[in-house]
Design a binder for this molecule. Structure first.
Ligand code: 5GP
Ligand code: ZN
Length: 113
């Protein structure tokens, strides 16, 4: 499958990983938009939030668990951060493998700037 995030999961495309479990990995965004910008993804290929089913309840919970843990590890849990999921064209989704952007480490601008 021609999915860059599946290639990152497989290890055929390099990434700077900051977290890995059986079902989830997180890595540095290649083009960071804040001093902390990490992508948190399921290892399973799910194209968009619209494609999540009840079968994915556990993996969805693990994505949020990872986000909380990474925020602590990055030292931004108390100062604050943003967790963003872009869906389809109007949402600005460019990579069609479900991912959450964890952004922080600075005062973030307006959400829809
Ligand atoms: P989207 O717009 O789909 O929500 O965000 C996709 C994100 O993936 C962008 O922030 C982009 O910089 C990041 N990205 C795209 N290609 C790569 C890559 O090959 N490696 C990494 N680490 N990030 C990527
Ligand atoms: Zn994929």
């Amino acid at each position: 499958m021609d999915c860059i995030f599946c290639k990152i999961v497989e290890g055929t495309l390099p990434s700077t990983k900051v977290y890995e479990s059986d079902t989830v990995i997180a890595f540095q965004d290649i083009k960071p938009e804040a001093s902390v910008h990490i992508l948190i993804i399921p290892k399973k290929h799910i194209a968009t939030m619209n494609d999540v089913t009840a079968d994915d309840d556990q993996v969805m919970a693990e994505l949020f668990t990872a986000a909380r843990q990474i925020a602590i590890e990055q030292g931004i849990a108390e100062s604050g951060y943003r967790l963003i999921n872009n869906v389809n064209s109007d949402g600005g989704q460019l990579v069609y493998h479900l991912h959450f952007h964890l952004l922080g480490g600075e005062k973030l601008g307006p959400l829809n700037a």
